[in-house]
Design a protein around this ligand. Structure first.
Ligand SMILES: NC(=O)c1ccc[n+]([C@@H]2O[C@H](COP(=O)([O-])OP(=O)(O)OC[C@H]3O[C@@H](n4cnc5c(N)ncnc54)[C@H](O)[C@@H]3O)[C@@H](O)[C@H]2O)c1
Length: 391
């Protein structure tokens, strides 16, 4: 049995010696805060979805603008990919704020999930560690969070690269990411027209009901067109998001002949070697802006280019005023998903959840009285069983 003493530290009264004066290292803040999807929903409900996304757009924008390699370390993601029992991969995406924390998102991608088992294609969890002790501070749902942060990152770059005013937005691939791309972009530009397509017409047709209310200006509804007809509509677009689960070596997913001279593309779906969405000629006629250059050269649209054909990075575009002229150019945000964005999103989620008293605290890691005794918890459990006579 444990009782709380004045400073919030628990005293274990069943510890050897009666626990008197013996401090068990079970202060609640030493337990891992576990945040599930309901906690995320509660956090979003507390502030409202629009406000949550606005804050995330601001947080990712600020984090990128103040990015400093001496303060933040990230590395290209790595992982396992396989073709059996399903085509898929599990990857890990680490980022560290020096002197403070490490966040590692594990993300799985199984494009057949929605049709085969009714699960999202992308499934993710983020773990946050402190760098004082290496303790697991938090573990949180990151499937919804990934969609929100990916939308927010596109909004940040669209805001930087598209002149103010209403836009016509095109979307190729109407699955999970499309929802948060459209919503986040609606927070920085009024969407006057939305033209969408998907290889699966049923997914395109259902997009409208999955969008939050109010994302389209003046009650407009998405115009759903076939993938073939979409090419004829490209000339109308100010902004395009490609967020398909196109197979390796099956791209590009869209022809961009007739695109406006300042079309901005958020290329979201290219995130694996051989998996690309845009024609290489179009990339060469545009300024391609990688989120994380090393990663993009291996698995983004930039894999189709040589390093010297790739334009300035996300950080440079947001920090160097010389790049403001890019609003007049064709631009492609090569969004492969930067681990730093996940760290920022997870940190916001954990901070907000703590502010609202949400989450479950669990001793997911061992918190002993004696750090040299790895068997302490086992002995304690046996002692408790003997005392209660349980078998
Ligand atoms: N850049 C990032 O940070 C980031 C983050 C999450 C997901 N992604 C990637 O975004 C893509 C979409 O993810 P999702 O969660 O929306 O997947 P999803 O399975 O929910 O939706 C993908 C949609 O693309 C459609 N599609 C596949 N091939 C197509 C084609 N050739 N033309 C038109 N439509 C096509 C599918 O029918 C499906 O409806 C995936 O490739 C995923 O890896 C990137």
């Amino acid at each position: 049995m444990a009782s709380e003493c004045g400073d919030g530290i628990l005293i274990d009264e069943t510890a050897p010696g009666g626990g008197a004066g013996q401090r068990r290292r079970q202060a609640p803040e030493e337990h891992t805060i576990c945040l599930d999807v309901d906690d995320l929903a509660d956090v979003v409900a507390a502030v409202g979805l629009d406000r949550f996304v606005d804050d995330l757009i601001a947080a990712i924008g600020d984090a990128v603008r103040s990015f400093d390699v001496a303060r933040v370390e990230t590395m290209a993601r790595a992982g396992f990919s396989y073709t059996t029992p399903a085509v898929g991969l599990v990857e890990w995406m680490p980022a560290m704020v020096v002197g403070r924390s490490v966040a590692i998102k594990t993300v799985a991608y199984h494009p057949d999930n929605p049709a085969a088992v009714g699960l999202p294609s992308v499934l993710a969890t983020t773990s946050v560690y402190d760098t004082d002790t290496g303790r697991l501070v938090a573990i949180c749902e990151a499937t919804t969070l990934t969609a929100l942060r990916t939308g927010a990152a596109s909004a940040v770059m669209t805001d930087a690269l598209v002149p103010p005013g209403p836009i016509a937005l095109g979307v190729v691939g109407c699955g999970a990411q499309a929802v948060t791309q459209i919503h986040a972009i609606s927070r920085i530009r009024p969407i006057e027209r939305l033209i969408v397509t998907d290889a699966d017409p049923a997914v395109a047709a259902s997009l409208g009901v999955r969008l939050p209310s109010g994302v389209l200006a003046d009650g407009a509804t998405p115009e759903v067109v076939s993938t073939l007809a979409f090419g004829d509509r490209v000339a109308d677009l100010d902004v395009l998001c490609t967020c398909t689960s196109v197979d390796v070596d099956k791209g590009p997913v869209v022809e961009l002949r007739g695109a406006k001279p300042a079309l901005h593309v958020n290329a979201v779906g290219s995130d694996f070697p051989g998996k690309v969405e845009l024609p290489v000629d179009y990339l060469r006629s545009s300024v391609v802006i990688p989120d994380a250059l090393d990663q993009c050269l291996v698995e983004g649209e930039s894999q189709q280019l040589t390093a010297d054909e790739v334009g300035p990075g996300m950080v440079e575009v947001l920090t160097d005023p010389a790049h403001r002229e890019l609003v007049n150019r064709r631009t492609v945000f090569d969004s492969t998903g930067w681990a730093y964005e996940d760290l920022v999103a997870a940190t916001r989620f954990v901070d907000e959840a703590e502010r609202h008293g949400l989450g479950t605290r669990l001793a997911l890691q061992y918190l002993p009285d004696d750090p040299y005794d790895p068997l302490e918890a086992i002995r304690r459990r046996d002692r408790r069983r003997n005392e209660t006579g349980a078998g």
